[in-house]
Design a protein around this ligand. Structure first.
Ligand code: NAD
Length: 260
């Protein structure tokens, strides 16, 4: 379905981003991977996607705190693969602490990676999409883009901001073949969430398995994790013709978290 399209997925060396990159590649898109990690492991993932799905896969080491590197990642897609048709702004980090104890530099880095990088990525990619009259931007926000939790000031602020800038970008391109939407996952079992489960287990003196159940029970009525593959399939749908008139939407995939 996406054969010949070029998709850039930020933060795709791990977790949700990797799940989305694999589903886009399975649909025929050439992909630009991005994120941090062990160079040999990243190369194995990149080469594995090329072999498994018969597409081209590139790796960009762009740091999402650096606007010039974000533009460089988009330029790499255009110069090497020919276009920048799909942008999935997924890279994100978390830091938890009450506001009174929240380190200012952690606030700055969460806002930079989770929010400002979304703006810089769209600013770099939109001119290419506008020139072609077609594009898809999928911003990975969070249930925390819709509701708040304690101790997540920077994350909640950034994710609410992502929903705002998603709507602005959707409206600015409403009459074109470009759509801009956000996905709002609840709990997905990735390294980002595993850290929170480990911290909960240590804090309460319970097992990892018990901490998983406790974490889910507090917020997610389905008591099931969403999977990166499910989010990948939703992203592929948003890239399809069927989704051409979905513009500026915020789609929860949260097991009922924000229905409460
Ligand atoms: P993860 O930690 O598994 O992956 C994060 C990715 O971002 C990695 O590839 C990492 O290398 C990359 N990254 C981090 N800092 C970067 C930087 N400065 N520049 C470039 N890449 C960078 O996390 P995840 O759970 O897969 O989260 C992905 C996205 O989904 C995030 O935006 C997160 O907020 C969002 N999200 C996750 C959950 C969840 O339950 N896991 C829920 C809602 C939203």
């Amino acid at each position: 379905m996406l054969k010949g399209k070029v998709a850039i997925i930020t933060g795709s060396t791990s977790g949700i981003g990797l799940g989305i990159a694999r589903r886009l590649a399975a649909s025929g898109a050439n992909v630009v991977l991005n994120g941090f990690g062990d160079a040999a492991e990243i190369e194995a993932v990149r080469a594995g996607i090329e072999a498994e799905f018969a597409v081209k896969a590139l790796y960009s080491p762009a740091d999402m705190t650096k606007p010039d590197q974000i533009k460089g990642m988009v330029d790499l897609a255009v110069t090497t693969l020919g276009s920048a048709d799909i942008l999935v702004n997924n890279a994100g980090i978390q830091h938890t602490a009450p506001i009174t104890e929240f380190p200012a530099e952690r606030w700055d880095s969460v806002i930079a990676i989770n929010l400002s990088a979304v703006f810089h990525g769209m600013q770099a990619a939109l001119p290419h999409m506008q020139a072609k009259g077609w594009g898809r931007i999928v911003n990975i926000a969070s249930a925390h883009g819709l509701v708040a939790s304690v101790n997540k000031a920077a994350y909640v602020a950034a994710k609410h901001g992502v929903l705002g800038v998603t709507k602005v970008a959707a409206l600015e391109n409403a009459e074109s073949g470009i759509t801009v939407n956000a996905i709002c996952p609840g709990w997905v079992l990735t390294p980002l969430v595993q850290k929170q489960i480990d911290a909960l287990a240590a804090r309460e003196g319970i097992s990892i398995a018990e901490a998983q159940v406790k974490l889910l029970s507090e917020k997610q009525p389905s008591k099931q994790f969403t999977t990166p593959e499910q989010l990948g399939d939703l992203t592929v749908f948003l890239c399809s013709d069927a989704a051409a008139n979905i513009k500026g939407a915020s789609l929860p995939v949260d097991g009922g978290w924000t229905a409460q």
